[in-house]
Design a binder for this molecule. Structure first.
Ligand SMILES: Nc1ncnc2c1ncn2[C@@H]1O[C@H](COP(=O)(O)OP(=O)(O)O)[C@@H](O)[C@H]1O
Ligand SMILES: O=P(O)(O)O[C@H]1O[C@H](CO)[C@@H](O[C@H]2O[C@H](CO)[C@@H](O)[C@H](O)[C@H]2O)[C@H](O)[C@H]1O
Length: 456
């Protein structure tokens, strides 16, 4: 007899938000409860996947249930299980509009349903009664947009403790920072082990209408440059440098406000060695997943060792942790920074540690490199394009640093072994990310490592 666990075992590994693609499953345990008993019925499942290496992850999977097949929802159909002598048809509840209404209703009512707790932010207006539309695109989480007013992000992989996205947005409510989208509420679920704190399930924030994400804008600019074979980056219509500069200033403003409302601490003697050690550990683990990384290992270790030697002055603070062009939105008036949850693959405790703000600068600099070079994936041997890509990346990286420097009084890109090491460390992370999610893009961070370690 087919069970919900059987359905999930077949379906989950193909979902983009499932972070452990390619790992063999040894076991799956699921426990669910009903969040809404209307039509369709909405159930929420905690799904614990244990892999053959003994490690495990817990994912959150909302399902909607119907007593017949619904043709318009065929792309959201997961499978059928026997229920009270008939078939019950399970759908991906995030793609079933009618099943999206209860999330906001429960938030407005500050409900507790079984192990799930809904927390509206004080004084926030929540647009109750509207259905949500899923955000298309490839992301680690799943988001629903409610009437261009609010966006609910469902965190798929559950970990005990408050998600930094909620924590940081909540703290920033005490500032009037114009570069963030205000928090409207969040949802938690109790951990199976009562000794652990609840896990954050979702965050509701103001939807920023009529905005384009930085990745789309930057890559449009790169395409314009490629189309104009004889013109330079500053001469073509879609030059992005002014936006990059404003983005640098926006990053500095968000960093400054995070430092105001969240803890800070000057780095002590040990910090540099600890950071270098963490980067080396990450490299060792990454080589297991991406063997070609081994040829960069010596160069990378030298970059990490330079961090410990140089001991640049650093005031540690909370940072974004996974800043890239896909995490920023350009509105008519300026940039908005999204998604403060850090790198989705890192443990929560590591993502909440105080760090150098250069970590974020490095993430964005990597992203300029990605935007410039992603079209070279199709034409790796075109020297003219490679030259133009380098030109675009250099121009926009410099503009970003200049914007950051003007707003903060600190040039983040002045010769800094720490920044260089952070860029390299991010590229190592990206190699693992690409190998797992988009293997045809693996060459982008791998080639960057050749440049960062001076092999090219
Ligand atoms: N407040 C918002 N207003 C408008 N669009 C948003 C907002 N938050 C997120 N988005 C859109 O949803 C996408 C995914 O959001 P994000 O928070 O980055 O999720 P993920 O953690 O899955 O990357 C973003 O790239 C952006 O296009
Ligand atoms: O899903 P998240 O937004 O939290 O971030 C993950 O996915 C990103 C890809 O969508 C990945 O970013 C990498 O690819 C980007 C282009 O798609 C590029 O701009 C970034 O520089 C590069 O790191 C991110 O690393 C990952 O955590």
């Amino acid at each position: 007899m087919t069970t919900v666990s059987d359905l999930l075992r077949d379906w989950m590994p193909h979902q983009r938000w499932f972070g452990s693609k390619g790992r063999e499953w040894a076991d799956v345990q699921e426990s669910g409860f009903f969040l809404d008993r209307g039509t369709p019925t909405l159930s929420v499942h905690r799904v614990r996947v244990t892999y053959t290496d003994g490690q495990s992850d817990t994912y959150l999977v909302p399902l909607s249930w119907r007593d017949h097949m619904v043709e318009e929802l065929s792309s959201a159909f997961i499978g059928a299980v026997p229920h009270e002598g008939r078939e019950a048809y399970a759908y991906d509840a995030m793609r079933d509009r009618e099943a999206t209404v209860p999330w906001l209703t429960h938030l407005v009512n500050a409900s507790t349903v079984g192990p799930m707790h809904f927390h509206p932010a004080g004084g926030a207006y929540i647009p109750e009664g509207l259905p949500g539309d899923i955000v298309s695109g490839e992301q680690s989480n799943t988001s629903l947009i409610y009437g261009q007013e609010a966006i609910l992000k469902l965190f798929r992989r559950l970990e005990p403790g408050l998600n930094p996205d909620v924590e940081i947005h909540d703290a920033l409510r005490r500032t009037d920072n114009e570069h963030i989208a205000p928090l409207l509420g969040h949802i938690e679920i109790d951990d199976a082990d009562p000794a652990n704190p609840p896990a954050t399930v979702a965050m509701l924030q103001t939807f920023v209408p009529n905005a384009s994400d930085g990745w789309r804008l930057a890559t449009a600019s790169v395409r314009d440059l490629y189309a104009e074979g004889d013109l330079h980056a500053d001469e073509v219509g879609g030059d992005f440098a002014a936006d990059s500069e404003r983005l640098g200033a926006a990053t500095a403003s968000v960093h400054a406000d995070m430092a105001k409302v969240l803890p800070t601490e000057p780095a002590d003697e040990d910090w540099y060695g600890t950071v270098a050690g963490q980067m080396t550990e990450r490299l060792t683990a990454a080589i297991e997943v991406v063997p070609p990384l081994a040829e960069h290992a010596d160069g990378l270790r030298a970059l990490y060792a330079a961090v410990a030697e140089s001991r640049e002055p650093v005031v540690r603070q909370r940072v974004h942790g996974d800043l890239h062009l896909g995490q920023v939105l350009r509105t008519a008036t300026g940039w908005i920074v999204l998604d403060f949850e850090g790198e989705p693959a890192r443990p929560l405790a590591a993502r909440r540690q105080l760090d150098s703000p250069l970590r974020d600068v490095a993430g964005m600099l990597r992203s300029f490199d990605y935007a410039a070079r992603h079209m070279l994936v199709e034409q790796p041997d075109d020297p003219q394009r490679a030259y133009r890509a380098q030109e675009w990346a250099t121009r926009n990286r410099a503009a970003y640093c200049s914007g950051y420097s003007a707003a903060s009084g600190l040039d983040p890109c002045a010769e800094s072994p720490l920044l260089r090491a952070f860029e390299a460390d991010k590229a190592v992370y990206e190699c693992v990310y690409e190998a797992r999610n988009r293997p045809h893009w693996l060459m982008i961070p791998l080639n960057s490592l050749s440049r960062l370690t001076g092999r090219e």
